[in-house]
Design a protein around this ligand. Structure first.
Ligand code: AGP
Length: 607
């Protein structure tokens, strides 16, 4: 997510904006910029890189003005660069905007604007909004912005100023947070509370579909239909550290709760109500993909677990062989790949050394490379023929959570698109595309009832060993559940395909060993239930992740966490949530630093 701040008042805006942007640096960004209105002209400066780079070139005397907007960019459309950094301007350089969100229909809007003679200077989706406001502007910036955002499909939080509207700051939002800050020396717009906590703790939340006009003395809010909104302010009692985590105790917990957003934003503009799935920016043509005879997934850690699910999904829908390998093995085993191979390289950071090395080897052997990553412009995107971006926003916690669920979302989309390209579409495939749209709400349902997971954590946080078992699409979740517990609580845990237990690991089971079994009502349900009986018969303590409405399983296990019903390849997007929260709660009870676990880095850029 990008960071937004705007100010209008009776103090110099540039220092306030820069300070506010510095409070948003923790979120991660790749470029920054500021625009102020001085002597009825816009002054603008943008730089790729960090805020320090921007400040090196910022002359505060030149930018001495009481109205301004600023932005830290986490790229979604258009690689990190000065030209793609915000603020963006209209043709005449009289309107400046900053934006957080994703404009779904920006391709069409760009085409229409160019046809109408507009000159667009960036690769971003954001810039189209500046030109739409320009077209709608007839002396009233509030009205022009309202008219412009009605043409936009997607998510946005905006701050807008214009050289023709001195002393006026406009804000508008839909599916992307924006708040108003109130002080005795002026008013603020911000995408996140930390940006303004140094100046005020009095805020007014803007709700979806609302637009605000701020001036030196007052502010007003309307909805997009023109109805006046009267909303009282609220006092924020967080300190700066708590505000960075939106009030959550840790970034990891905040990011677990951001997962509905991560799925929603990754689906945005790609899945439609009639079950149609499109990946407009895939970068590989249908003809190129039709030549593919074999798919190999390369990844590490949690991303490798997403790859294990990709195998289940793609083989199920496309009936094409999918091999999955950890990058550190793939790169040294002289892999058998050629020009009929597609390498799906999964890396949230896009910088993992082993995965990049595997990509280079496969590319040298003629394979096509498709990256799945959360970072626009990351190294892996520059080494790949195609890319599916996840839109989880910056992930601060070392343990991957929201980027993982976004990867699984993107890989389901890939499977559905490949099924269409290989003429494998079926009712089940169309149903899966439609069901994807209901997943964010189902995750929210799960997140609203997690008390039992704290009970489990209190009972088992002193265990020395855990087993995680699953079959089919739940097997990768067993692996991920074990990894989450290992990496943040330091408890030894093993993830296993449940059917493999009888080939040795069942010898591990002793009385009281906690065994987490992912047992949704799916095609292998009876098999996983028999594995539960085997574990119980040997004295294991079984904690089941089961499907709502499954009354049978509860009587056979020691604990049961229910997740909503969904389709088989989408169940992992739900079953992973309790696994993440169980690991988180156990780690907290053990006094571990969940955001920065010992020995771990967020991105392993070395071998
Ligand atoms: C995730 O919880 C781990 N911290 C780690 O395994 C991570 O998934 C792995 O290092 C791969 O990172 P990447 O997705 O950035 O390539």
């Amino acid at each position: 997510m990008c960071g937004i701040i705007g100010f209008v008042g009776n103090q110099a805006s540039a220092p306030i904006i820069i300070k506010g942007l510095s409070r948003l640096e923790y979120r991660g960004y790749d470029s920054a910029g500021i625009a102020v209105l001085k002597n009825n002209g816009l002054k603008l400066i943008r730089r790729e890189g960090n805020l320090a780079k921007l400040q090196e070139s910022l002359n505060y005397d030149e930018f001495n003005a009481t109205l301004g907007i600023g932005h830290t960019r986490w790229a979604t459309h258009g690689a990190p660069s000065e030209a793609n950094a915000h603020p963006h301007l209209d043709c005449r350089g009289e309107i400046a905007i900053v934006h957080n969100g994703i404009i779904e229909n920006f391709h069409e809007l760009r085409t229409q604007l160019k046809k109408r003679g507009h000159t667009l200077r960036s690769e971003t989706d954001t810039e189209v909004i500046a030109h739409l406001i320009e077209e709608e502007y007839h002396g009233d910036l509030f009205a022009a912005t309202k008219a412009a955002v009605k043409l936009v499909e997607g998510s946005f939080a905006l701050a807008v100023i214009s050289s023709d509207s001195p002393g006026v700051l406009i804000g508008a939002r839909k599916d992307s947070p924006l708040i108003i800050g109130i002080s005795n020396f002026g008013f603020f717009l911000a995408s996140d509370i930390p940006a303004i906590l140094d100046y005020t703790n009095q805020i007014v939340l803007l709700e979806n579909g609302e637009i605000a006009e701020l001036s030196q003395k007052e502010y007003r809010i309307e909805d997009l239909d023109g109805n006046v909104v009267n909303r009282s302010s609220m006092t924020i009692n967080w300190d700066a550290a708590a505000a960075e985590k939106s009030g959550y105790e840790d970034f990891m917990l905040k990011e677990i709760h951001e997962q509905p957003m991560a799925v929603r934003e990754t689906l945005r503009g790609r899945v439609f109500g009639d079950g149609v799935v499109r990946l407009p920016d895939l970068g590989l043509t249908d003809d190129e993909l039709k030549k593919i005879k074999k798919i190999t997934v390369v990844a590490c850690g949690t991303s490798l677990h997403a790859g294990l699910l990709a195998k289940q999904v793609i083989e199920r829908w496309v009936r094409m062989s999918v091999e999955v390998d950890c990058s550190s093995e793939f790169r040294y085993r002289k892999p058998i790949v050629d020009k009929t191979s597609l390498i799906v390289a999964i890396s949230q950071s896009g910088e993992t050394a082993d995965t990049l090395a595997g990509v280079a080897i496969a590319k040298a052997q003629g394979a096509k490379i498709l990256a799945i990553t959360n970072v626009v412009g990351s190294t892996i995107t520059r080494e790949s023929d195609g890319c599916i971006y996840t839109y989880a926003g910056p992930e601060i916690g070392v343990a991957a959570t929201k980027t993982f669920i976004a990867q699984m979302t993107a890989l389901n989309l890939l499977g559905l698109v490949l099924a269409k390209i290989f003429d494998k579409t079926s009712e089940e495939i169309i149903a899966t595309a439609k069901e994807l749209l209901s997943i964010p709400k189902k995750i929210e349902t799960i997140l609203s009832k997690t008390d039992i997971l704290m009970d489990w954590a209190k009972t088992y946080h002193e265990a020395n060993d855990f087993l995680f078992l699953g079959r089919s699409a739940s097997y990768p979740m067993a692996m991920e559940g074990a990894l989450k517990l290992k990496e943040i609580s330091y408890i030894h845990a093993e993830g296993y395909p449940a059917g493999e237990m009888k080939h040795g690991p069942i010898a591990l089971i002793n009385p009281g060993l906690p065994i987490v079994v992912i047992a949704p009502k799916d095609s292998v349900y009876e098999k996983i239930v028999s594995n539960i009986y085997e574990a119980k018969a040997r004295g294991g303590t079984v904690l089941a992740i089961a499907t709502e409405g499954d009354q049978d399983i509860a009587s056979h296990v020691d604990g049961c966490f229910f997740i909503p019903q969904t389709l088989e390849t989408l169940t992992p997007l739900l079953s992973v949530i309790p696994l993440q929260l169980l690991a988180y709660n156990i780690a907290k009870l053990r006094g571990c630093n969940v955001d920065q676990p010992r020995n771990l880095a967020k991105s392993v850029t070395v071998e």
